[in-house]
Design a binder for this molecule. Sequence first.
Ligand SMILES: Cc1cc2nc3c(=O)[nH]c(=O)nc-3n(C[C@H](O)[C@H](O)[C@H](O)COP(=O)(O)OP(=O)(O)OC[C@H]3O[C@@H](n4cnc5c(N)ncnc54)[C@H](O)[C@@H]3O)c2cc1C
Length: 413
Amino acid sequence: MRHVIIGSGPAGVVAAETLRKADPAAEITLLCGEGEPPYSRMAIPYLLKGEIDEAGTYIRKDADHYGRLRIQLVQARVQAVDTAARAVDVGNSRSLPYDRLLIATGSRPSRERIPGIDLPGVQPCWTLQDARAILAKAHPGTRIVQMGAGFVGCIIMEGLLSRGVDLTILVRSGYMVRRMMNPTASGLIQRWCEAKGVKILTRTQPKGLRSNGGALQVDLGDGRTLSADMYLSVVGVDPNLDFLAGSGVEIGQGILVDANLQSSVPGVYAAGDVAESTDCLTGKRQLNAIQPNAVEQGRIAALNMAGQPARFKGSFVFNVLTTLGLLSSSFGEWQGAPGGESAEALDESRYRYLNLQFEGERLIGANCVGFSEHIGALRGLIEGRHRLGVWKQRLMDDPARIMPAYLSAASAV
Ligand SMILES: Cc1cc2nc3c(=O)[nH]c(=O)nc-3n(C[C@H](O)[C@H](O)[C@H](O)COP(=O)(O)OP(=O)(O)OC[C@H]3O[C@@H](n4cnc5c(N)ncnc54)[C@H](O)[C@@H]3O)c2cc1C
């Protein structure tokens, strides 16, 4: 059996390792698209902070790991997939045949459509190569204008500030991390960042960039212009799907997969940021671009590829974010459900906030800032869809009593 895996991020690596365990005789090829050993993007913030070196970002630290498992690493970028011939085109007139194919190509930074976005000095922050470019330029006093304050925009701030840069963040909407936080939580995070010396301009979207004497001029479209040595564009991500044109693999926002993570084409599977699966709570189709999801999907897809049926129970949406040392998290349906109830506790001076969303007797979502002690219990309560019984009212009265609520609900199962 020839297994080809496109993409050597967490989904691809875990899939290759799982395949080796499940199918000792199989041929396994892992295609790395960036000319790097398999690495984890999640480690990039630590590289920017100087807490690890490049080797610290590698998913497996032992240089012989893949060789020992007879996983063939091939540095090549896939150009196209011919599902009828069961072969992938890796350029230079080379093609690789497969019996089972896993697409684990992750996502790439979304591109802003403004004049000047191709100028030197404009930089995304997604790959190891991006991190090198940022490190080469980020010195004390370097003026960085960063467009975007989503998950990645927030998580990289600490590394940037640790290098002494002068940081200004532009936020298109009124709120930082608005895809995971409600306005109160977002406001706390913004004030925290401002207290640490970051300038934040909300409801601001540049109209264009110009090069001027080695610096960039960022036109804010309202008469104001900012000078920058680097313009960091971190406005979200899109799945890597271009090479699938004409392959017959059905695509929605990402690759549509069934509960076995198989695509619309038999023998072709997808896992990680690129796969559009279902939410375990709502059953709605969605992308879930977080590493734990990639790892779990890589494992499940590989078992199915090896002929050991395994079902993905659906992805659980949760994010845990550290912004300049302030921990925040969001779970499930944190925006609440129609007709649902909510409870919250806020201590602005200590940057602590808890917001719980209920539907009937169940907790369905939450936002937290400044709390670390409830993360496991919150996830357990929401993902486990536990009935709260008398604990519903107790949590409505005091949302911080998450742990006893969880222990009571979990022990009643
Ligand atoms: C700075 C940063 C911090 C992050 N922090 C967190 C965090 O704290 N927690 C968290 O859960 N998530 C975090 N993420 C997101 C997380 O990294 C992704 O969800 C995760 O990497 C997804 O894994 P994946 O294997 O699906 O895709 P990826 O890790 O993106 O890997 C995809 C692979 O496919 C390759 N590829 C793409 N196209 C081709 C092609 N045509 N041919 C061959 N190869 C190709 C790529 O080169 C890459 O090797 C962070 C991301 C960034 C950038």
